[in-house]
Design a protein around this ligand. Sequence first.
Ligand code: NDP
Ligand code: HSE
Length: 442
Amino acid sequence: MSLSPIKVALLGIGTVGSGVFKVLQRNQVDIKARTGRGIEIVLVADRATDHARSVVGTAAEVIDDAFAAVARPDIDIVVELIGGYTVAKELVLKAIENGKHVVTANKALLAVHGPEIFAAAQKKNVMVAFEAAVAGGIPIIKALREGLTANRIEWVAGIINGTTNFILSEMRDKGLDFDVVLKEAQRLGYAEADPTFDIEGVDAAHKITLVSALAFGIDVQFDKTYIEGITKLSATDIRYAEQLGYRIKLLGISKRTDKGVELRVHPTLVPAKRLIANVEGAMNAVVVQADAVGTTLYYGKGAGSEPTASAVIADLVDVARLHTADPLHRVPHLAFQPDAMQKDLPILPMEAVTTSYYLRLRVADEPGVLATITGILADARISIDAMLQREAAEVGEGAAQTDVILLTHECQEAAMNQAMAAMQALPTVLKPIVRIRKEELN
Ligand code: NDP
Ligand code: HSE
């Protein structure tokens, strides 16, 4: 039996939208063979209609009013690729209200308004698919929702922002300046419309928030995610980390503990021998630790036109296959059935997080300084794992100053905050202490 083609409206035909259009056209024979029916983009809504026409030619109707598109009775699936929280939210909710399934790459929208959108979709028995929202072309949502469904997931850690990984790699390997590399990431279409979302860790936080919901069956809680970006990272710390056998990566981390869920994004020292430490450029990688399967690693392009289109089209195929299925037989939006979500598993405040640390202290190079610092750490019951002291000449500020770099064992962030405040108050500590968290990921 051959079903008629499913009809799709594409809202926004920029970097990702044009990739979706092109890949769907190029691979339509295989995609139809896999889906069991054709998937046809019959309508494209973009305010830049001339550009849209230059991409689609006469293959689809082009309009400038996205609200008209979501109201059209002939459309089965709306693909939202406009981005942002405002118009996109209205469009998605309207599409759902009109009984359309939605596919989106918009992690910002789902991280902030996911609960409202998923609830509306459940009420109307429509699907909201968002594979492209986390780690671009890597099928990590599919892995968490379906492939790992037998497991109790313990933690997830990932390089889930291509722009910042590209910036860190280019700065380290080519010695290029931050601003130059950011411009290149924008030119290549990796960066968000507002690139501060990338460099301040907000985009990674949107993604890890969604991942935490899928992994642990908790609500999407972006407002409780701890966020620190890469703008304060210095080349000095990248170099010292290398000397200690570590690489610095911007990681999104979510861990289940006895007391609740850790949910955080920050620059992180990772042992250089781990595979994830060697993920370079705009590539993404996600490590999942689960009880039955153990460790699994997912690697691939996390941004860009066709890699992201790959994930959007995978969602289109899923939705087209399940379009006629009983809604009860579909995979739940957030992996767990809505009435079986964990309501009593809180997100832990950052002070309650347990991790290890890299500290760099610019100190006066005089007797007793190191003993005082290690004494403060000992009083806070923080154990030192490794230490490095740079010669004054290397620091480049004369014989009176030196850099002391400490790696600690695990402790609670609250204890580290207290110890740092005590160390910072010493007259021999000459500059703000640099603190970067460290994860062994073993
Ligand atoms: P672009 O800015 O390249 O494309 C968005 C398109 O939507 C533009 O053509 C824009 O027109 C159009 N548009 C904006 N507002 C409206 C409106 N009100 N009505 C109709 N059209 C409108 O974005 P991307 O393709 O890069 O990103 C799309 C989504 O995918 C975002 O949510 C993003 O976070 C996500 N994403 C992006 C990835 C990437 O690699 N780029 C990877 C993963 C997810 P105009 O140019 O005139 O503003
Ligand atoms: N700006 C995002 C990134 C796009 O750099 O990873 C992919 O979500």
